[in-house]
Design a protein around this ligand. Sequence first.
Ligand SMILES: [Zn+2]
Length: 503
Amino acid sequence: MERRIYIFDTTLRDGEQVPGARLNTKQKVEIAKQLEKLNVDIIEAGFPCSSPGDLEAVKAIARDIKNPVICGLARAVKEDIDICWEAVKEAAHPRIHVFLGSSDIHVEKKLRKDKASALRMASEAVRYAKSLCGEVEYSTEDASRSDFNYLCDVIRAVVKEGATIINIPDTVGYAIPDEFGALIRKIKENVQELDSVTLSVHCHNDLGLAVANSLAAVKEGANQVECTINGIGERAGNASLEEIVMALRTRTPLFAVHTGINAKEIYKTSRLVSRIMNIPVQPNKAIVGSNAFAHSSGIHQDGILKDRRTYEIIRPEDVGIKQHAIVLTARSGRAALKHRLGELGYELEKDVFQRVYKRFLNVADRKKEILSDDLVSIVEVELTKVAETYSFVNLQILSGNDITPMASIALKKGDDIITDASIGNGPVNAAFNSIERILGKTGQLLDFDLKAVTHGKDALGEAMVRVKIEDQVYSGTGTSPDIIEASARAYVNAFNRYFANHK
Ligand SMILES: [Zn+2]
């Protein structure tokens, strides 16, 4: 019998800790809905005591999402646990996830306690959480650098208090696969109480080993893996969900385990998370990168044409990458657009469809053929838009190699159209300066990323920006066949996120 591995997704908690990836409730619910389609077992929806916004978002997810377990994170103190329970209690399947450091450095330096009192603190927290919620997970933070005997003592104590999931995190990404697998095996051998408990792992990628460590743990008997879409998370990130799932699937005979993941939703989930959080996926990223299935050498292409299996261990369609190319033109009507969107997996509400159609026509007027990826880019920008305080109307650029670039921009606020112009050291800079003059606000551009959505000279350009406004970082995206327009749209989008938070 194959063992079942439970997939615990923490994109909305660990992943959201990435600077500039802060989400509002609507965006979090949107991602949670897609995670439900992906059929993850557990959604860690947030850290409810970290902010009122996070509490509200976890509550909304608990109300809206029915199938997966909805989990909230809490430090091992009563106030955190109370707020966490408040956040998840309406879920069909709630879980409280309590964590406390177990390594010497965490216990002594961070908590400023001795081990005996830290252990008491853990027991009391789990007992209290269990009095509220039937399902309690306990994380031994920094487990991979903890004293082994103490680690086992903590596990025994919290299991006795009712924790039914024990998580062994490699919090700082320090472990090496053989060693981490051995740690899991040793814990299982030493703690008999674990027989009725789910053993979980949570690996970070500081040495690029998060997925390898998680797989080593699965081989040694771990049956829950904590991971994130695209591997995002603190610092170098977490183990990537898509890599774990596809490794287990591609090498089923070796691992003899299975997950409940609906792999055909992987690509769509990856795109959605990248877009909403404004974190681009590197082209060579395994499973979901734009080059993950591109065969460029002649010998490989020849092999692929003869039999795909010569150089392909996963079929792109298995993870939901659709490969039919040509789609629509400016003359395609609403029905054709709706049909193609349906094929791509989008059921849009009327007003969103209306916006997408308008934008589609605008783009199709300038770019002859609209390919699937263009359409996905247009839809996702519309889907992830926040309420727009300012909307983009038009732009004119005067630029060349021996004149000072100048941009004139028109934005709409309510019923008013506001126009202003500025020079800059390049056309994009001039456009951003004009936008700031209209908004009466300045930002510091931290990151600017521009890429072509599809191939060819008339490809649709997609811009992503991260802007520091006051002391917070906001990100924005924009697409257009004109890269300066795409950049301007992204810049306005980032400021709209700022305005949405400062009403
Ligand atoms: Zn983490």
